[in-house]
Design a protein around this ligand. Structure first.
Ligand SMILES: NC(=O)c1ccc[n+]([C@@H]2O[C@H](COP(=O)([O-])OP(=O)(O)OC[C@H]3O[C@@H](n4cnc5c(N)ncnc54)[C@H](OP(=O)(O)O)[C@@H]3O)[C@@H](O)[C@H]2O)c1
Length: 244
């Protein structure tokens, strides 16, 4: 069996940086960098960019089966998939400020992208995780913490990240039986300078607006510290525990 790393959503701001740094840190380990769109970056020798409909369950299942049949096992999977604003199909998502802004199609889109798709990856990865200490990290957000919600607003994004956290927490119980060496991690990266945060950066102090490179380094370092017997984790960029 050969251990491999899988980056799901490798063409986003954070996904690109994680792909580059994972390839550099673990230069002996193959890295599959998956995106819905062709990636034009010239990756390191151990990176294979794959264009895959990462939001389609049949494609997710097929990718995991291909890994299995190649006698590969996943030692680290990082799912960066998420959305906050912008075009999704015929919708233009915009985080809600008040109850009157709630809209059925928008709420469903948030839940589909931020909660359902990562859950489908958890479903199919369970059969292909390494028996070595391994991790699956899902990019979550502190606003998905139910106990930390004092500001309100952003109903769909908050609720879909809270649902993601619950799906991860529930899956961790089953992973504890079926993939005992795997730690599940919900990760809050802080505010990172990417397209996702761009419209909201004006409220952020310059020293609290992180580069994607810093984020990738913090996340990969955090994953070196987790242990499956303490899984699941909800950690922030500073490796501090976030309350669920
Ligand atoms: N930036 C921040 O300040 C911040 C803060 C807290 C949490 N986060 C979380 O961090 C993650 C990465 O965000 P980012 O800042 O790197 O944003 P980004 O540049 O907009 O990247 C978003 C990622 O999500 C994927 N994605 C979006 N819609 C999708 C869909 N319908 N189906 C499948 N994949 C889809 C994209 O995958 P492709 O590669 O296929 O395009 C891309 O990799 C998100 O989950 C976000 O919620 C970010």
């Amino acid at each position: 069996m050969k251990d491999v790393i899988v980056i799901i959503g490798a063409n986003g701001g954070i996904g690109r940086a994680i792909t580059a740094q994972a390839a550099q840190r673990f230069e002996q380990t193959p890295v599959y960098a998956l995106s819905r769109h062709p990636v034009t970056d010239q990756g390191a020798d151990n990176v294979t960019f794959k264009t895959l409909q990462t939001d389609n369950e049949a494609d997710i299942a097929e990718f995991c089966q291909t890994i299995k049949h190649a006698n590969e096992r996943v030692v680290t999977a990082i799912c960066t998939i998420g959305t906050l604003h912008g075009a999704v199909d015929e919708l233009s998502l915009s985080p809600e400020k008040k109850l009157e802004d709630l809209n059925e199609s928008q709420l469903l889109a948030y839940f589909k992208i931020n909660s359902v798709i990562p859950a489908l990856w958890l479903k199919h990865l369970v059969g292909v995780m390494s028996s070595n200490p391994s991790q699956i990290a899902c990019l979550s957000a502190r606003v998905g913490s139910i106990s930390d919600n004092r500001l309100g607003g952003w109903y769909g994004y908050r609720a879909s990240k809270a649902a993601l956290n619950m799906l991860v927490k529930t899956a961790a119980v089953e992973y504890g039986r079926r993939a005992k060496s795997t730690s599940l991690v919900c990760y809050h990266p802080g505010t990172v300078d990417t397209a996702l945060s761009e419209p909201f950066q004006h409220n952020v102090k310059p020293e609290k607006l992180f580069t994607a490179q810093f984020t990738a380094n913090q996340l990969l370092t955090a994953l070196e510290t987790v242990e499956s017997q303490h899984s699941p984790y909800f950690l922030d960029w500073d490796h501090k525990v976030v309350s669920w």
